[in-house]
Design a protein around this ligand. Structure first.
Ligand SMILES: *Cc1c(COP(=O)(O)O)cnc(C)c1O
Length: 423
């Protein structure tokens, strides 16, 4: 029988893997002189080695060309955000004109809500998940109030119906059926940040639309993690950030998707000059004429220094291909799951669904014995250079990122848990 707990086994898995070499394109933080086993890509992805060169290119251009940098030479700033458009569209499964890199996630969510949450007396409500990432809830609640409605009745939060806090498709279907005639918007995550559960986005969009609602997605934990088919999902809009699995650095410029059927919408929007039709933007006229597609929601000329690391990261996604990365991810997370089930199940209970199509790379692990024991294990792991992240009251999240984590990293985690437990 194969011993999946042997270092040889983990090494062989990595050696047989054509994508394992991508790890060398990242700077891995050290622990006592060795690479950390870094499992926090769900929070802040690692730095691509090429990020520095892309940032320096911008600094050099600024030093040497100043204002001319907008219009001259390589990587001109005027169309700079277009350098990321096609690779980004590939990562999320969209048409190039459906995506734009701009602002931050929560700012983009508000901009999308301005256009796509248009409550009326008959149809004022938003359906979301209970226990959503707080920023999303704050944004939605403040939008409900902004329109003069009452979150107590018009912000509907669907409670988890499965053990360990996951939500069944049947529960979503029932909620949409129950509240359908009152729903203006369904806003749903691609991957739930706490449980790691992934959702069937096309099915949620279908159900929401059938009820007459607009459907938007928050893909913060899904982009760069799942093989998304955003255009085909039929979603009206989506937003995400680029500092988690997309590795574009702390507070990186975020992403936004507007489905092609809204490319020339006359819905209201909050406008700025960078969303103006490109050909006539610099006539500086008083009337706003939106440029078609997602670009029409841009407000300002983009932070070029903020976009530079995103280029570096997207080059790696293009090289690997999202489908191949996802296959590698299923192996890595499957290996983590197998190690836990084989010998750590007295210490760790997996909260994340077992079916690969209902999860991304992250496993959320509930530590037996409660908070104190959980904290002790978490700190022991960190002292061994194994970095996960902690969610109150008793959950450790471990996210093997397919661009830079290895089977050897995953084995290090499992062996450290064994060492802690004694055994
Ligand atoms: C990470 C995350 C955010 C963070 O929002 P910012 O505007 O980027 O600070 C918001 N929502 C979800 C679901 C997230 O996972």
């Amino acid at each position: 029988m194969t011993d999946i707990f042997s270092v040889d086994y983990a090494r062989r898995q990595d050696a047989d893997d054509p994508l394992a070499g991508l790890r060398r394109e990242f700077l891995i933080p050290k622990h006592d002189g060795d690479d950390q086993a870094y499992f926090c890509g769900n929070s802040l992805g690692l730095q691509p080695r090429a990020a520095r060169a892309h940032v320096e290119e911008v600094l050099d251009k600024w030093a040497m060309e100043a204002v001319e940098g907008h219009f001259t030479g390589q990587a001109q700033w005027m169309p700079y955000h277009e350098l990321v458009r096609e690779p980004l569209a590939d990562v999320v499964g969209a048409q190039p004109a459906e995506v734009v890199a701009m602002n931050s996630l929560t700012a983009n969510l508000h901009l999308m809500l301005v256009s796509f949450y248009r409550p009326t007396r008959a149809r004022p409500a938003i359906l979301m998940e209970a226990g959503a990432f707080p920023s999303d809830r704050y944004a939605l609640e403040s939008q409900v109030r902004f329109h003069g409605f009452d979150p107590a009745t018009d912000l509907i939060e669907l409670q988890a119906d499965e053990a360990d806090g996951t939500i069944s498709m049947q529960a979503i279907e029932r909620a949409i059926a129950e509240h359908g005639p009152r729903l203006a918007l369904v806003l749903w995550p691609g991957v739930q940040y706490r449980t790691g559960q992934a959702f069937d986005l096309a099915e949620i969009a279908r159900l929401g639309h059938a009820a007459g609602a607009v459907v938007g997605f928050d893909l913060a934990h899904a982009v760069g993690n799942l093989s998304l088919r955003l255009h085909d999902s039929g979603a009206d809009f989506a937003v995400w950030c680029h500092y988690k699995y997309m590795n574009a650095g702390p507070g990186a410029v975020a992403g936004c998707f507007v489905h092609a059927r809204h490319a020339r919408t006359d819905r209201p929007r909050f406008a700025g000059w960078w969303g103006h039709e490109r050909e006539s933007r610099f006539r500086m006229g008083p009337e706003f004429v939106p440029t078609p597609g997602a670009d029409g929601w841009q407000l300002s000329n983009p932070p070029i220094l903020g976009l530079a690391p995103l280029r570096a990261s997207l080059e790696l996604f293009s090289r690997a291909g999202m489908d191949a990365l996802r296959r590698r991810s299923e192996h890595l997370t499957g290996y983590l799951e197998a190690l836990i089930r084989e010998s750590l199940s007295d210490t760790l209970r997996i909260v994340t669904p077992g079916e690969p199509q209902r999860r991304g790379c992250q496993l959320s692990l509930r530590v037996a014995g409660g908070r104190e024991r959980g904290r002790a294990l978490f700190e022991f792991l960190a002292s061994r250079g194994v970095l996960g992240d902690w969610r109150e009251p008793d959950v450790i999240r471990i996210s093997p990122a397919p661009l830079y984590n290895t089977h050897a990293d995953v084995l290090r985690f499992a062996r450290a848990v064994e060492a802690w437990r004694g055994g």
